[in-house]
Write a protein that binds this ligand. Structure first.
Ligand SMILES: Cc1cc2nc3c(=O)[nH]c(=O)nc-3n(C[C@H](O)[C@H](O)[C@H](O)COP(=O)(O)OP(=O)(O)OC[C@H]3O[C@@H](n4cnc5c(N)ncnc54)[C@H](O)[C@@H]3O)c2cc1C
Length: 480
Protein backbone atom coordinates (compact mmCIF):
# COMPACT_ATOMS: atom_id res chain seq x y z
CA UNK A 1 0.00 0.00 0.00
CA UNK A 2 1.39 3.39 -1.03
CA UNK A 3 0.74 6.56 0.94
CA UNK A 4 0.66 8.70 -2.25
CA UNK A 5 0.25 7.91 -5.92
CA UNK A 6 0.86 10.77 -8.34
CA UNK A 7 -0.67 10.31 -11.78
CA UNK A 8 1.45 12.08 -14.42
CA UNK A 9 5.11 13.07 -14.57
CA UNK A 10 5.09 16.45 -16.26
CA UNK A 11 6.63 19.43 -14.46
CA UNK A 12 3.69 19.50 -12.06
CA UNK A 13 3.65 15.82 -11.03
CA UNK A 14 7.45 15.99 -10.75
CA UNK A 15 7.34 19.11 -8.55
CA UNK A 16 4.80 17.35 -6.30
CA UNK A 17 7.01 14.21 -6.18
CA UNK A 18 9.98 16.32 -5.10
CA UNK A 19 7.97 18.03 -2.37
CA UNK A 20 6.50 14.75 -1.07
CA UNK A 21 10.01 13.30 -0.85
CA UNK A 22 10.63 15.68 2.07
CA UNK A 23 8.39 13.36 4.11
CA UNK A 24 8.74 9.79 5.39
CA UNK A 25 6.07 8.43 3.09
CA UNK A 26 5.78 5.75 0.42
CA UNK A 27 5.23 7.63 -2.83
CA UNK A 28 4.86 6.37 -6.40
CA UNK A 29 4.52 8.36 -9.62
CA UNK A 30 2.84 6.63 -12.57
CA UNK A 31 3.41 7.95 -16.10
CA UNK A 32 1.73 6.60 -19.23
CA UNK A 33 4.56 7.75 -21.54
CA UNK A 34 8.03 6.20 -21.70
CA UNK A 35 9.62 9.36 -20.27
CA UNK A 36 9.14 12.23 -17.87
CA UNK A 37 7.83 15.45 -19.48
CA UNK A 38 6.66 14.11 -22.81
CA UNK A 39 3.44 16.10 -23.20
CA UNK A 40 2.66 19.73 -22.23
CA UNK A 41 5.90 20.07 -20.30
CA UNK A 42 7.82 19.20 -23.48
CA UNK A 43 6.17 21.53 -26.00
CA UNK A 44 5.86 25.06 -24.65
CA UNK A 45 7.57 28.46 -24.81
CA UNK A 46 9.88 27.73 -21.82
CA UNK A 47 9.28 31.17 -20.32
CA UNK A 48 9.38 31.90 -16.60
CA UNK A 49 6.91 34.76 -16.80
CA UNK A 50 7.25 37.84 -14.59
CA UNK A 51 3.49 38.20 -13.97
CA UNK A 52 2.10 40.98 -16.19
CA UNK A 53 -1.21 39.38 -16.97
CA UNK A 54 -2.63 36.81 -14.50
CA UNK A 55 -5.61 38.15 -12.57
CA UNK A 56 -4.31 39.64 -9.28
CA UNK A 57 -5.22 37.41 -6.32
CA UNK A 58 -5.74 34.32 -8.50
CA UNK A 59 -3.72 31.14 -7.95
CA UNK A 60 -2.17 31.72 -11.39
CA UNK A 61 -0.81 35.08 -10.17
CA UNK A 62 0.21 34.06 -6.65
CA UNK A 63 1.92 30.80 -7.58
CA UNK A 64 3.61 32.04 -10.76
CA UNK A 65 5.09 35.10 -9.08
CA UNK A 66 6.40 32.95 -6.23
CA UNK A 67 7.53 30.31 -8.75
CA UNK A 68 9.50 32.89 -10.73
CA UNK A 69 11.51 33.74 -7.58
CA UNK A 70 11.91 30.08 -6.60
CA UNK A 71 13.59 29.30 -9.93
CA UNK A 72 16.63 31.22 -8.66
CA UNK A 73 16.92 28.69 -5.80
CA UNK A 74 16.23 25.76 -8.12
CA UNK A 75 18.98 26.96 -10.44
CA UNK A 76 21.46 26.51 -7.57
CA UNK A 77 19.97 23.43 -5.90
CA UNK A 78 18.83 21.44 -8.91
CA UNK A 79 21.14 22.85 -11.58
CA UNK A 80 18.31 23.93 -13.83
CA UNK A 81 19.51 26.16 -16.69
CA UNK A 82 18.14 29.71 -16.65
CA UNK A 83 18.63 32.47 -19.19
CA UNK A 84 17.80 35.87 -17.73
CA UNK A 85 16.34 37.51 -20.81
CA UNK A 86 13.85 40.04 -19.47
CA UNK A 87 10.80 40.69 -21.63
CA UNK A 88 9.13 43.48 -23.60
CA UNK A 89 5.35 43.69 -24.03
CA UNK A 90 4.80 45.76 -27.17
CA UNK A 91 2.16 48.32 -28.24
CA UNK A 92 1.89 49.76 -31.73
CA UNK A 93 -0.52 52.70 -31.40
CA UNK A 94 -2.44 54.87 -28.93
CA UNK A 95 -5.20 52.27 -28.52
CA UNK A 96 -2.70 49.54 -27.67
CA UNK A 97 -0.74 51.91 -25.42
CA UNK A 98 -3.88 52.17 -23.24
CA UNK A 99 -3.82 48.37 -22.87
CA UNK A 100 -0.17 48.62 -21.81
CA UNK A 101 -1.36 50.97 -19.04
CA UNK A 102 -3.92 48.34 -17.94
CA UNK A 103 -1.18 45.69 -17.93
CA UNK A 104 1.01 48.05 -15.92
CA UNK A 105 -1.77 48.24 -13.35
CA UNK A 106 -1.94 44.41 -13.13
CA UNK A 107 1.88 44.27 -12.97
CA UNK A 108 1.87 46.66 -9.98
CA UNK A 109 -0.96 44.78 -8.22
CA UNK A 110 0.95 41.51 -8.71
CA UNK A 111 4.00 43.19 -7.14
CA UNK A 112 6.21 42.28 -10.11
CA UNK A 113 9.65 43.76 -9.38
CA UNK A 114 11.74 46.07 -11.57
CA UNK A 115 9.16 46.77 -14.34
CA UNK A 116 9.62 49.85 -16.55
CA UNK A 117 7.83 51.68 -19.33
CA UNK A 118 9.98 52.49 -22.39
CA UNK A 119 9.25 54.31 -25.63
CA UNK A 120 9.65 52.30 -28.83
CA UNK A 121 12.92 54.14 -29.60
CA UNK A 122 14.33 53.44 -26.13
CA UNK A 123 13.47 49.75 -26.49
CA UNK A 124 15.02 49.63 -30.01
CA UNK A 125 18.31 50.91 -28.58
CA UNK A 126 18.36 47.72 -26.50
CA UNK A 127 16.85 45.43 -29.16
CA UNK A 128 17.66 46.86 -32.61
CA UNK A 129 15.50 44.29 -34.45
CA UNK A 130 12.33 45.30 -32.63
CA UNK A 131 9.67 46.27 -35.21
CA UNK A 132 9.84 49.97 -36.11
CA UNK A 133 6.04 50.14 -35.72
CA UNK A 134 6.30 49.56 -31.93
CA UNK A 135 5.63 52.78 -29.99
CA UNK A 136 5.62 51.76 -26.33
CA UNK A 137 6.93 48.84 -24.29
CA UNK A 138 6.33 47.39 -20.83
CA UNK A 139 9.72 46.03 -19.77
CA UNK A 140 9.76 43.05 -17.37
CA UNK A 141 13.38 42.36 -16.39
CA UNK A 142 12.59 39.37 -14.11
CA UNK A 143 11.37 37.26 -17.06
CA UNK A 144 13.66 34.32 -17.75
CA UNK A 145 13.77 31.23 -19.91
CA UNK A 146 14.54 27.64 -18.91
CA UNK A 147 14.78 24.20 -20.49
CA UNK A 148 11.30 22.89 -19.52
CA UNK A 149 11.84 19.15 -19.50
CA UNK A 150 15.09 19.61 -17.58
CA UNK A 151 12.92 21.12 -14.81
CA UNK A 152 10.86 17.91 -14.68
CA UNK A 153 13.97 15.67 -14.90
CA UNK A 154 15.65 17.61 -12.08
CA UNK A 155 12.61 17.33 -9.79
CA UNK A 156 12.03 13.64 -10.53
CA UNK A 157 15.71 12.72 -10.21
CA UNK A 158 15.81 14.54 -6.87
CA UNK A 159 12.57 12.84 -5.75
CA UNK A 160 13.99 9.41 -6.70
CA UNK A 161 17.22 10.08 -4.75
CA UNK A 162 15.00 10.93 -1.78
CA UNK A 163 12.98 7.71 -2.01
CA UNK A 164 10.10 8.26 -4.47
CA UNK A 165 9.39 5.46 -6.96
CA UNK A 166 8.80 6.33 -10.61
CA UNK A 167 7.28 3.96 -13.18
CA UNK A 168 6.99 4.79 -16.87
CA UNK A 169 4.74 3.15 -19.49
CA UNK A 170 2.05 2.88 -16.79
CA UNK A 171 -1.24 4.27 -18.01
CA UNK A 172 -3.90 4.62 -15.32
CA UNK A 173 -7.00 2.98 -16.78
CA UNK A 174 -9.43 2.91 -13.83
CA UNK A 175 -9.72 4.09 -10.22
CA UNK A 176 -11.88 2.54 -7.51
CA UNK A 177 -12.54 4.09 -4.12
CA UNK A 178 -12.53 1.49 -1.34
CA UNK A 179 -13.40 2.25 2.33
CA UNK A 180 -10.26 4.22 3.17
CA UNK A 181 -7.96 3.74 0.19
CA UNK A 182 -7.96 3.82 -3.60
CA UNK A 183 -7.27 1.07 -6.12
CA UNK A 184 -5.47 2.31 -9.20
CA UNK A 185 -5.69 0.07 -12.24
CA UNK A 186 -2.80 0.40 -14.68
CA UNK A 187 -2.66 -0.75 -18.33
CA UNK A 188 -5.95 -2.65 -17.68
CA UNK A 189 -4.06 -5.28 -15.68
CA UNK A 190 -2.03 -4.27 -12.62
CA UNK A 191 -3.55 -2.81 -9.42
CA UNK A 192 -1.80 -0.43 -7.03
CA UNK A 193 -3.29 0.60 -3.68
CA UNK A 194 -2.83 4.01 -2.13
CA UNK A 195 -4.23 6.20 0.64
CA UNK A 196 -4.01 9.42 -1.40
CA UNK A 197 -4.24 10.11 -5.14
CA UNK A 198 -2.76 13.18 -6.82
CA UNK A 199 -4.16 13.76 -10.26
CA UNK A 200 -1.48 15.66 -12.22
CA UNK A 201 -2.48 14.26 -15.61
CA UNK A 202 -2.49 17.56 -17.55
CA UNK A 203 -4.93 17.48 -20.48
CA UNK A 204 -6.23 14.13 -19.16
CA UNK A 205 -6.89 15.43 -15.63
CA UNK A 206 -10.66 15.62 -16.29
CA UNK A 207 -10.69 12.05 -17.66
CA UNK A 208 -8.79 10.79 -14.59
CA UNK A 209 -11.31 12.60 -12.33
CA UNK A 210 -14.07 11.07 -14.46
CA UNK A 211 -12.91 7.62 -13.33
CA UNK A 212 -14.43 8.23 -9.87
CA UNK A 213 -16.88 11.15 -10.22
CA UNK A 214 -18.18 13.90 -12.48
CA UNK A 215 -15.03 16.01 -12.64
CA UNK A 216 -15.30 19.61 -11.35
CA UNK A 217 -13.96 21.00 -14.67
CA UNK A 218 -13.61 20.04 -18.32
CA UNK A 219 -10.41 20.46 -20.30
CA UNK A 220 -10.90 22.60 -23.43
CA UNK A 221 -7.63 21.74 -25.18
CA UNK A 222 -5.92 24.55 -27.08
CA UNK A 223 -3.14 23.82 -29.57
CA UNK A 224 -0.07 26.04 -29.88
CA UNK A 225 2.29 25.67 -32.82
CA UNK A 226 5.87 26.90 -33.14
CA UNK A 227 8.82 27.41 -35.46
CA UNK A 228 12.32 26.77 -34.10
CA UNK A 229 15.16 28.91 -35.50
CA UNK A 230 18.68 27.47 -35.54
CA UNK A 231 20.96 28.64 -32.76
CA UNK A 232 23.13 30.54 -35.27
CA UNK A 233 20.46 33.28 -34.92
CA UNK A 234 21.57 33.82 -31.31
CA UNK A 235 21.49 37.54 -30.53
CA UNK A 236 18.81 38.41 -33.11
CA UNK A 237 16.54 39.00 -30.10
CA UNK A 238 17.76 38.77 -26.52
CA UNK A 239 14.47 39.64 -24.77
CA UNK A 240 11.24 37.66 -24.83
CA UNK A 241 8.83 39.70 -26.95
CA UNK A 242 5.11 39.56 -26.17
CA UNK A 243 2.29 41.16 -28.12
CA UNK A 244 -0.72 42.30 -26.09
CA UNK A 245 -2.63 39.39 -24.53
CA UNK A 246 -6.14 38.51 -25.70
CA UNK A 247 -8.83 36.01 -24.68
CA UNK A 248 -6.81 33.45 -26.71
CA UNK A 249 -3.75 33.82 -24.49
CA UNK A 250 -0.48 35.68 -24.62
CA UNK A 251 -0.28 35.71 -28.42
CA UNK A 252 2.54 34.88 -30.86
CA UNK A 253 5.86 35.56 -29.11
CA UNK A 254 9.51 35.71 -30.07
CA UNK A 255 11.43 33.80 -27.42
CA UNK A 256 15.18 33.27 -27.16
CA UNK A 257 16.03 29.84 -25.78
CA UNK A 258 18.69 28.67 -23.35
CA UNK A 259 20.87 27.11 -26.09
CA UNK A 260 20.66 30.04 -28.50
CA UNK A 261 17.70 28.96 -30.65
CA UNK A 262 14.72 31.28 -31.00
CA UNK A 263 11.09 30.15 -30.89
CA UNK A 264 8.37 31.87 -32.93
CA UNK A 265 4.88 31.11 -31.64
CA UNK A 266 2.60 29.79 -30.30
CA UNK A 267 -0.63 29.93 -32.25
CA UNK A 268 -3.85 29.31 -30.32
CA UNK A 269 -6.55 27.00 -31.63
CA UNK A 270 -9.22 25.11 -29.64
CA UNK A 271 -9.24 21.46 -30.76
CA UNK A 272 -11.58 18.51 -30.23
CA UNK A 273 -8.92 15.79 -30.01
CA UNK A 274 -6.68 16.77 -27.11
CA UNK A 275 -4.00 14.24 -28.04
CA UNK A 276 -3.58 15.44 -31.63
CA UNK A 277 -0.36 17.47 -31.57
CA UNK A 278 0.56 17.75 -35.24
CA UNK A 279 1.41 21.11 -36.80
CA UNK A 280 -0.90 22.53 -39.48
CA UNK A 281 -0.39 24.82 -42.50
CA UNK A 282 -2.85 27.31 -41.00
CA UNK A 283 -1.17 27.37 -37.57
CA UNK A 284 2.30 27.89 -39.05
CA UNK A 285 1.04 30.60 -41.44
CA UNK A 286 -0.57 32.35 -38.44
CA UNK A 287 2.81 32.44 -36.66
CA UNK A 288 4.58 33.97 -39.67
CA UNK A 289 1.83 36.57 -40.05
CA UNK A 290 1.94 37.67 -36.40
CA UNK A 291 5.63 37.35 -35.50
CA UNK A 292 6.53 40.06 -38.05
CA UNK A 293 4.43 42.49 -35.99
CA UNK A 294 7.09 42.24 -33.26
CA UNK A 295 10.40 42.21 -35.14
CA UNK A 296 11.77 43.31 -38.50
CA UNK A 297 13.76 41.02 -40.80
CA UNK A 298 13.07 37.77 -38.91
CA UNK A 299 15.48 35.15 -40.35
CA UNK A 300 12.80 32.69 -41.48
CA UNK A 301 15.48 30.97 -43.59
CA UNK A 302 16.92 29.66 -40.31
CA UNK A 303 13.85 27.58 -39.42
CA UNK A 304 15.01 24.06 -38.54
CA UNK A 305 11.87 22.56 -37.07
CA UNK A 306 8.22 23.11 -36.17
CA UNK A 307 6.23 21.52 -33.34
CA UNK A 308 2.97 21.83 -31.44
CA UNK A 309 1.90 21.59 -27.80
CA UNK A 310 -1.55 21.24 -26.27
CA UNK A 311 -2.59 23.57 -23.47
CA UNK A 312 -4.74 22.14 -20.69
CA UNK A 313 -7.09 25.13 -20.63
CA UNK A 314 -10.09 24.27 -18.43
CA UNK A 315 -13.60 25.49 -17.80
CA UNK A 316 -12.27 27.13 -14.60
CA UNK A 317 -10.49 30.42 -15.22
CA UNK A 318 -7.83 29.60 -12.64
CA UNK A 319 -5.63 26.62 -11.66
CA UNK A 320 -7.86 24.06 -9.89
CA UNK A 321 -5.82 22.70 -6.96
CA UNK A 322 -8.29 21.12 -4.55
CA UNK A 323 -9.43 17.93 -2.88
CA UNK A 324 -12.41 16.17 -4.46
CA UNK A 325 -15.67 17.18 -2.75
CA UNK A 326 -16.92 13.58 -2.93
CA UNK A 327 -13.80 11.51 -2.32
CA UNK A 328 -11.55 12.48 0.56
CA UNK A 329 -7.92 11.83 -0.31
CA UNK A 330 -8.29 12.46 -4.08
CA UNK A 331 -6.61 15.69 -5.19
CA UNK A 332 -6.88 17.60 -8.47
CA UNK A 333 -4.20 19.65 -10.19
CA UNK A 334 -6.40 20.78 -13.05
CA UNK A 335 -6.30 23.52 -15.65
CA UNK A 336 -2.56 23.96 -15.19
CA UNK A 337 -2.02 25.81 -18.45
CA UNK A 338 0.37 28.76 -18.75
CA UNK A 339 1.88 30.02 -16.44
CA UNK A 340 2.11 26.43 -15.12
CA UNK A 341 5.80 25.99 -15.91
CA UNK A 342 6.52 29.26 -14.10
CA UNK A 343 4.40 28.24 -11.13
CA UNK A 344 5.75 24.65 -10.95
CA UNK A 345 8.23 25.25 -8.07
CA UNK A 346 5.43 26.79 -6.00
CA UNK A 347 2.66 24.34 -6.97
CA UNK A 348 4.31 21.28 -5.34
CA UNK A 349 4.70 22.98 -1.92
CA UNK A 350 1.25 24.66 -2.19
CA UNK A 351 -0.51 21.32 -2.78
CA UNK A 352 1.51 19.27 -0.30
CA UNK A 353 1.68 21.77 2.56
CA UNK A 354 -1.23 24.20 2.20
CA UNK A 355 -3.94 22.05 0.59
CA UNK A 356 -3.05 18.54 1.85
CA UNK A 357 -1.24 19.45 5.08
CA UNK A 358 0.94 16.35 4.69
CA UNK A 359 3.11 17.43 7.65
CA UNK A 360 0.23 16.79 10.06
CA UNK A 361 0.32 13.05 9.27
CA UNK A 362 3.88 12.31 8.09
CA UNK A 363 7.25 13.04 9.69
CA UNK A 364 9.97 14.83 7.81
CA UNK A 365 12.50 12.69 5.91
CA UNK A 366 15.69 13.36 7.88
CA UNK A 367 17.81 12.15 4.93
CA UNK A 368 16.19 14.59 2.47
CA UNK A 369 18.78 16.10 0.11
CA UNK A 370 17.55 19.15 -1.86
CA UNK A 371 20.42 18.92 -4.38
CA UNK A 372 20.69 17.34 -7.80
CA UNK A 373 24.00 17.04 -9.63
CA UNK A 374 24.38 18.97 -12.92
CA UNK A 375 24.47 17.15 -16.23
CA UNK A 376 27.98 17.17 -17.65
CA UNK A 377 28.31 19.14 -20.91
CA UNK A 378 31.72 18.13 -22.21
CA UNK A 379 32.08 20.79 -24.91
CA UNK A 380 31.50 23.59 -22.39
CA UNK A 381 34.27 22.43 -20.04
CA UNK A 382 37.71 24.07 -19.94
CA UNK A 383 40.40 22.20 -21.90
CA UNK A 384 42.24 21.07 -18.75
CA UNK A 385 39.07 19.38 -17.45
CA UNK A 386 38.36 17.88 -20.88
CA UNK A 387 41.87 16.42 -20.99
CA UNK A 388 41.40 14.86 -17.57
CA UNK A 389 38.08 13.28 -18.60
CA UNK A 390 39.59 12.02 -21.86
CA UNK A 391 42.31 10.30 -19.89
CA UNK A 392 39.65 8.58 -17.79
CA UNK A 393 37.43 7.56 -20.73
CA UNK A 394 38.36 7.79 -24.41
CA UNK A 395 34.64 7.87 -25.38
CA UNK A 396 34.68 11.57 -24.44
CA UNK A 397 36.85 11.93 -27.52
CA UNK A 398 34.28 10.46 -29.90
CA UNK A 399 31.84 13.15 -31.07
CA UNK A 400 28.55 11.62 -32.19
CA UNK A 401 26.36 14.71 -32.72
CA UNK A 402 28.56 17.14 -34.65
CA UNK A 403 26.03 20.01 -34.62
CA UNK A 404 25.76 20.10 -30.82
CA UNK A 405 29.19 18.53 -30.12
CA UNK A 406 27.83 15.67 -28.03
CA UNK A 407 30.19 12.83 -27.21
CA UNK A 408 29.51 9.09 -27.10
CA UNK A 409 30.17 9.04 -23.34
CA UNK A 410 27.45 11.66 -22.72
CA UNK A 411 24.99 9.55 -24.74
CA UNK A 412 25.92 6.42 -22.77
CA UNK A 413 25.39 8.34 -19.50
CA UNK A 414 21.97 9.49 -20.75
CA UNK A 415 21.04 5.86 -21.43
CA UNK A 416 22.13 4.59 -18.01
CA UNK A 417 21.55 7.74 -15.85
CA UNK A 418 19.18 7.94 -12.85
CA UNK A 419 16.24 8.62 -15.19
CA UNK A 420 17.86 6.86 -18.11
CA UNK A 421 16.21 6.85 -21.52
CA UNK A 422 16.26 4.24 -24.26
CA UNK A 423 14.62 6.25 -27.04
CA UNK A 424 16.10 8.62 -29.62
CA UNK A 425 13.85 11.44 -28.40
CA UNK A 426 14.75 10.73 -24.76
CA UNK A 427 18.48 11.01 -25.58
CA UNK A 428 17.81 14.25 -27.47
CA UNK A 429 15.90 15.67 -24.46
CA UNK A 430 18.77 14.81 -22.11
CA UNK A 431 21.91 15.76 -24.03
CA UNK A 432 20.68 17.58 -27.19
CA UNK A 433 22.09 14.96 -29.55
CA UNK A 434 20.03 15.55 -32.71
CA UNK A 435 18.78 19.00 -31.65
CA UNK A 436 21.07 20.95 -33.99
CA UNK A 437 20.96 22.12 -37.57
CA UNK A 438 20.74 18.64 -39.15
CA UNK A 439 18.06 17.54 -36.64
CA UNK A 440 19.61 14.11 -36.27
CA UNK A 441 20.15 13.52 -39.99
CA UNK A 442 23.80 12.62 -39.44
CA UNK A 443 23.87 11.21 -35.90
CA UNK A 444 20.58 9.35 -35.43
CA UNK A 445 21.90 6.18 -37.03
CA UNK A 446 24.94 6.22 -34.70
CA UNK A 447 22.74 6.83 -31.65
CA UNK A 448 20.54 3.85 -32.62
CA UNK A 449 23.65 1.63 -32.71
CA UNK A 450 24.85 2.95 -29.32
CA UNK A 451 21.44 2.32 -27.71
CA UNK A 452 21.26 -1.18 -29.20
CA UNK A 453 24.82 -1.98 -28.05
CA UNK A 454 24.35 -0.57 -24.52
CA UNK A 455 21.06 -2.40 -23.97
CA UNK A 456 22.17 -5.52 -25.81
CA UNK A 457 19.13 -5.43 -28.12
CA UNK A 458 18.68 -5.40 -31.89
CA UNK A 459 18.46 -1.98 -33.64
CA UNK A 460 15.01 -3.22 -34.71
CA UNK A 461 13.95 -2.83 -31.07
CA UNK A 462 15.10 0.78 -30.70
CA UNK A 463 12.26 3.31 -30.46
CA UNK A 464 12.14 6.89 -31.69
CA UNK A 465 9.73 7.92 -28.93
CA UNK A 466 7.04 5.73 -27.37
CA UNK A 467 6.71 1.94 -27.44
CA UNK A 468 4.82 2.12 -30.73
CA UNK A 469 7.54 4.09 -32.53
CA UNK A 470 10.05 1.45 -33.59
CA UNK A 471 12.32 2.88 -36.27
CA UNK A 472 12.85 -0.21 -38.44
CA UNK A 473 10.61 -3.02 -39.64
CA UNK A 474 13.15 -5.60 -40.78
CA UNK A 475 16.79 -6.04 -41.75
CA UNK A 476 17.32 -5.80 -45.49
CA UNK A 477 21.12 -6.22 -45.54
CA UNK A 478 22.92 -8.44 -43.08
CA UNK A 479 26.72 -8.35 -42.63
CA UNK A 480 28.24 -11.77 -43.15
C1 LIG B 1 1.85 25.84 -26.29
C2 LIG B 1 2.14 26.00 -24.82
C3 LIG B 1 2.94 27.06 -24.38
C4 LIG B 1 3.20 27.22 -23.02
N1 LIG B 1 4.11 28.16 -22.62
C5 LIG B 1 4.38 28.30 -21.30
C6 LIG B 1 5.36 29.23 -20.86
O1 LIG B 1 6.09 29.82 -21.64
N2 LIG B 1 5.51 29.41 -19.51
C7 LIG B 1 4.75 28.74 -18.60
O2 LIG B 1 4.88 29.00 -17.41
N3 LIG B 1 3.87 27.80 -18.99
C8 LIG B 1 3.68 27.55 -20.32
N4 LIG B 1 2.80 26.60 -20.74
C9 LIG B 1 2.11 25.80 -19.74
C10 LIG B 1 2.99 24.69 -19.21
O3 LIG B 1 3.64 24.00 -20.25
C11 LIG B 1 2.08 23.75 -18.43
O4 LIG B 1 1.39 24.49 -17.45
C12 LIG B 1 2.84 22.63 -17.74
O5 LIG B 1 3.73 21.99 -18.62
C13 LIG B 1 1.83 21.65 -17.20
O6 LIG B 1 2.50 20.55 -16.69
P1 LIG B 1 1.68 19.27 -16.26
O7 LIG B 1 2.64 18.42 -15.53
O8 LIG B 1 0.42 19.68 -15.57
O9 LIG B 1 1.18 18.64 -17.63
P2 LIG B 1 1.92 17.58 -18.59
O10 LIG B 1 3.31 17.96 -18.86
O11 LIG B 1 1.02 17.39 -19.76
O12 LIG B 1 1.96 16.27 -17.71
C14 LIG B 1 0.85 15.45 -17.48
C15 LIG B 1 1.34 14.03 -17.54
O13 LIG B 1 0.28 13.15 -17.20
C16 LIG B 1 0.45 11.98 -17.97
N5 LIG B 1 -0.81 11.23 -18.03
C17 LIG B 1 -1.95 11.63 -18.65
N6 LIG B 1 -2.88 10.64 -18.53
C18 LIG B 1 -2.31 9.64 -17.81
C19 LIG B 1 -2.76 8.36 -17.38
N7 LIG B 1 -3.98 7.92 -17.67
N8 LIG B 1 -1.90 7.60 -16.67
C20 LIG B 1 -0.63 8.02 -16.36
N9 LIG B 1 -0.16 9.22 -16.79
C21 LIG B 1 -0.99 10.02 -17.49
C22 LIG B 1 0.87 12.53 -19.34
O14 LIG B 1 1.48 11.54 -20.16
C23 LIG B 1 1.80 13.66 -18.94
O15 LIG B 1 3.15 13.24 -18.91
C24 LIG B 1 2.58 26.37 -22.09
C25 LIG B 1 1.79 25.29 -22.54
C26 LIG B 1 1.62 25.09 -23.90
C27 LIG B 1 0.88 23.89 -24.37
Amino acid sequence: MYDFIIIGAGVIGSSVAKELSRYQAKTLCLEKENDVANVQSLANSAIIHAGHNPEPGSLKATLSILGNKMYDDWEKELNIPLLRTGAFVAAHNKKEEKIIDELLDITKKNEVPEYMILTGDEARKIEPNLAKSITKVLSLPTTKVTYPWEVAFACMENAIINGVEFLKNKKVTAIKKQADFFEIEVNHQEIYQTKYVINAAGVASDDIGGMIETPPFKIKARKGEYFVLDRRVKGFMNHVLYPLPSERGKGVLITPQVHGNILLGPSSEYIDDKYEARTTDEGLAYIKKHSVELADDIPFNMIIRSFAGIRSTSTCDDFYIKESKNHKGFYYLGGIESPGLTAAPAIGPYLVNDVMNVGSEFNLNSKYDPKREPRLEFHRLPWEKQKQLLNDDHLYGRIVCKCEKITEKEIIDAIHGPLGSHSIKGIKKRVRAGAGLCQGGYCEEKIIKIIARELNVSPLDVEYDDLQSKLFKEETKVDE
